[in-house]
Design a protein around this ligand. Structure first.
Ligand code: BGC
Length: 763
């Protein structure tokens, strides 16, 4: 439906017919529009609110408030609804306001819209940039078919502490891999630009360093040097800017004593001045307001601080709309800053093509694509590649005619397969593990829950229903532990009695990770540990299928299970994809992107650590006055980059094109990889560097390249990495990005532990 909006029509005269409007034309258009806007209207553009029906953390907006804001042009965007009728109505109302400025519509599309892909941490373990890009592309197509044009993704926070529940939303602990994934996601969402109607603006979050929250407690303080931030955390955000990300979201945490939302260094000096980002920055939900609790000032003060720091849009705080005009009148905010923020938001709308057609994303005619068979097929392919085989004594793959007992609270739990941030989807329609296996099995399959999630009913209620109790007023909690523990176990043991093999489906419920879901332990929930022990006692082989959103401590499981397949939360097609791997139709190829510790006390534990002055072998026993523990070795249980296959791969020695090079030179590293088994398999070949002596200390290893290849049985391939001394750079103490001449170890291998090394000299 089109509306008559005369002023807009007059302004549109300025837009030429060509579909790629130049920056200059955009400039003219926006300047001309802004000339007529009052200061209130400009501030209104900086206001983002939750769409009606969506309750935000502090329910700051009611439907009526939104309406009033819309009618007076005091709203720049809405988020949190994909109800096209509501969104279209909101757009119609926005266009009736004096300057007829369209809204854009955001949504937390994190790993798929209605077709749900694996949670981001799982996706990252595929190390497959094409598939990751494809998942974002499909998410964008589905979102835009339902009116959404802005997604709050990718989340690129590096996380090294699995206590932090949001580790599930990112790509793990490595900045280089995180950067590659950030670029792939931005490409997937934004495509070549916004000319068509199937791409969305990406929003890179949470800027910055949110993943380094002290003690893994969500929203907690972040304290680190700029040098560390630049070397170890910031690259993925920068890579997203290089890929042309349209927007960023500031994070909840502080950095250098200033909340990120009001941090001039992050939002202006780094993001814009240094990386050249020219889009807009939105706050996280209520993050401006939260600067009061951080101890920075009252709402008026923190709003002015955020604006001046380079924040353009206020999500849910009512700080900008509520106080900026007053601050301007009192000389506590500058009109130029308001103008700049408003301009950036209008430019984003212009680039999306909303001034040309505000209903562009309601007229795509692509509704039938949403949740389509083609999208589900892609979800299955991607989910199959996002699983990590952590142990296998030969029990996997299962024979298709095997008699299998599928036991555990995750065996028949479709909505648990969706993972965190999947509220736009059909949770109950996700394929459960048991259904996926039944589709493939040619033998008998028995199924039993076997145990509660947790022994403690209060904990079970909090974890399973806490989120709904928080968001849905009057939510009725279903009965907790409706069946007795012994009854569940007896049923499971009876199922196991007639089986050749047990598949134990255990893990963390989806609401146990994600936002506001930090933990102080990393073990499996107690009731499920007991179940595993009882299953082990049957003497039958046990394959553990692990649903989780974070690394867990699995020492007992590693010793006692016959196989462990980490399946995270794989989304819509989870059960099919898990069955594909369990029965060997797909050879697993995922590799960890986060270290799995042996015990919680080792945390934070990450592969790219420094050496210390008293290093100690990873597996060496305790020695006094070395950097180690009395009661545990230093090694992780499963290292970064680790993952098994149903075939074997043999690596040759890395070979350099030249052992000595000069600054600025290029060089190659080649390594021969052979499939030594009887099945075709995919393998991610990894390349790490170690700068032996630097002007400041360097990590023992840093990932600098990787390649995922597929080898037939017996096939060998020489993998050649093309590098230059630019790949050996780091941020020195003076915060210069340099390659310091000297010797470097260049390592290649199947994971960060089992590498072979060659020496490179840079002169
Ligand atoms: C989260 C963001 C999210 C926003 C909007 C916040 O609580 O930190 O990741 O995009 O809510 O839903």
């Amino acid at each position: 439906m089109k509306i008559a909006f005369p002023v807009l029509a007059a302004l549109l005269v300025l837009i030429p017919a060509c579909s790629t409007p130049s920056e200059k034309e955009m400039d003219r258009f926006v300047s001309s529009l802004m000339k007529d806007m009052s200061i209130e209207e400009k501030i209104g553009q900086l206001n983002l609110q939750s769409a009606a029906g969506f309750v935000s953390a502090e329910k700051v907006t009611t439907e009526d408030e939104n309406r009033r804001a819309l009618e007076s042009g005091m709203l720049g965007a809405l988020y949190g609804s994909f109800d096209t009728k509501t969104l279209r109505e909101a757009q119609e109302m926005a266009l009736k306001a004096p300057h007829h400025i369209p809204l854009f519509f955001g949504y937390d599309i994190i790993h798929g819209h209605q077709t749900i892909f694996p949670v981001p941490l799982a996706l990252s373990t595929s190390w497959n940039m094409d598939l990751i890009e494809k998942s974002a592309r499909i998410a964008a197509r589905e979102a835009t078919a339902q009116g959404i044009n802005w997604v709050f993704s990718p989340m690129v926070d590096i996380a090294r502490d699995p206590r932090w529940g949001r580790i599930v939303e990112g790509s793990g602990e490595d900045p280089f891999l995180g950067g590659e994934i950030a670029k792939a996601m931005v490409r997937g969402y934004q495509g070549e630009g916004f000319e068509g109607d199937s791409t969305v603006m990406a929003c890179v979050k949470h800027f910055a360093l949110y993943g380094a929250a002290e003690a893994g407690r969500d929203y907690n303080t972040v304290d680190m040097s700029r040098q560390r931030a630049l070397n170890e955390y910031l690259y993925p955000y920068e890579a997203a800017a290089q890929a042309g990300a349209a927007s960023y979201m500031s994070s909840f945490n502080e950095f250098e004593g200033v909340p990120a939302t009001g941090n001039h260094y992050l939002l202006t000096e780094l993001l814009r001045d240094s990386w050249g980002f020219d889009g807009f920055v939105v706050s996280d939900a209520t993050a401006i307001k939260e600067m009061q609790a951080h101890g920075i000032g009252d709402l008026q003060e923190v709003s002015a601080t955020a604006l001046q720091a380079g924040l353009d849009m206020d999500m849910n705080s009512n700080g900008f709309v509520g106080t900026l005009k007053k601050s301007l009148e009192e000389g506590r905010a500058r009109e130029a800053d308001i103008d700049l923020a408003c301009r950036r938001i209008l430019e984003a709308k212009y680039r999306l093509g909303l001034f040309e057609n505000p209903f562009k994303y309601f007229e795509t005619g692509r509704e039938s694509e949403v949740y389509s068979p083609a999208h589900k097929a892609a979800a299955r392919e991607i989910a199959a590649e996002s699983q990590v085989l952590l142990k296998n004594n030969g029990v996997l793959p299962l024979r298709k005619d095997a008699r299998v007992a599928v036991i555990g609270p995750f065996a028949d739990a479709p909505s648990e397969m969706a993972g965190t941030w999947s509220m736009s989807s059909h949770l109950r329609e996700c394929v459960s593990i048991i259904d996926g296996m039944r589709d493939v099995s040619e033998g008998s399959i028995a199924c039993a829950a076997g145990s509660w999630m947790f022994n403690d009913p209060e904990l079970e209620e909090t974890v399973l229903y806490g989120l709904y109790k928080y968001f849905v007023p009057g939510f009725q909690v279903p009965p907790i532990h409706p069946r007795g523990k012994q009854e569940l176990l007896c049923e499971a043991l009876a199922a196991a009695a007639g089986a050749d093999v047990i598949v134990a489906c255990v893990g963390e419920p989806k609401n146990m990770n994600g936002e506001g879901a930090s933990r102080t332990t990393l073990c499996l929930p107690d009731a499920q540990e007991e179940l595993l022990k009882a299953l082990k006692a049957t003497g039958k082989p046990v394959v553990m299928v692990l649903t989780t959103g974070r690394p867990l401590t699995l020492g007992w499981e590693e010793e006692n299970m016959d196989a462990i397949l980490c399946t995270w939360a794989l989304g819509t097609e989870a059960g099919h994809a898990i069955a594909d791997v369990l029965y060997g139709d797909v050879n697993p190829s995922g590799k960890l992107t986060t270290t799995f510790p042996r015990s919680l006390g080792q945390v934070p534990l990450y592969y790219n650590h420094k050496n210390t002055g008293r290093p100690h072998g990873d597996t060496a026993p305790y020695v006094k006055f070395r950097s180690n523990y009395i009661d545990e070795i230093n090694a992780p249980l499963y290292p970064f980059g680790f993952g098994l296959s149903y075939t074997g791969f043999e690596y040759g020695e890395p070979v350099l094109s030249s052992a000595e090079i000069g600054l600025g030179d290029e060089f190659t590293v080649s390594v021969e990889v052979r499939n030594t088994g009887t099945r075709a398999g995919k393998e991610t070949v990894q390349l790490y560097i170690h700068d032996i002596y630097g002007s400041t200390t360097r990590p023992v290893k840093s990932l600098r390249a990787f390649r995922k290849i597929c080898l037939e049985p017996g096939e060998s391939r020489k993998v050649v990495f093309q590098l230059s001394t630019d790949d050996l750079r780091y941020w020195n103490a003076a915060l210069e990005n340099v390659c310091e001449p000297g010797d470097f170890e260049i390592m290649t291998g199947p994971n960060s532990r089992d590498v072979k090394t060659v020496l490179l000299s840079v002169r």
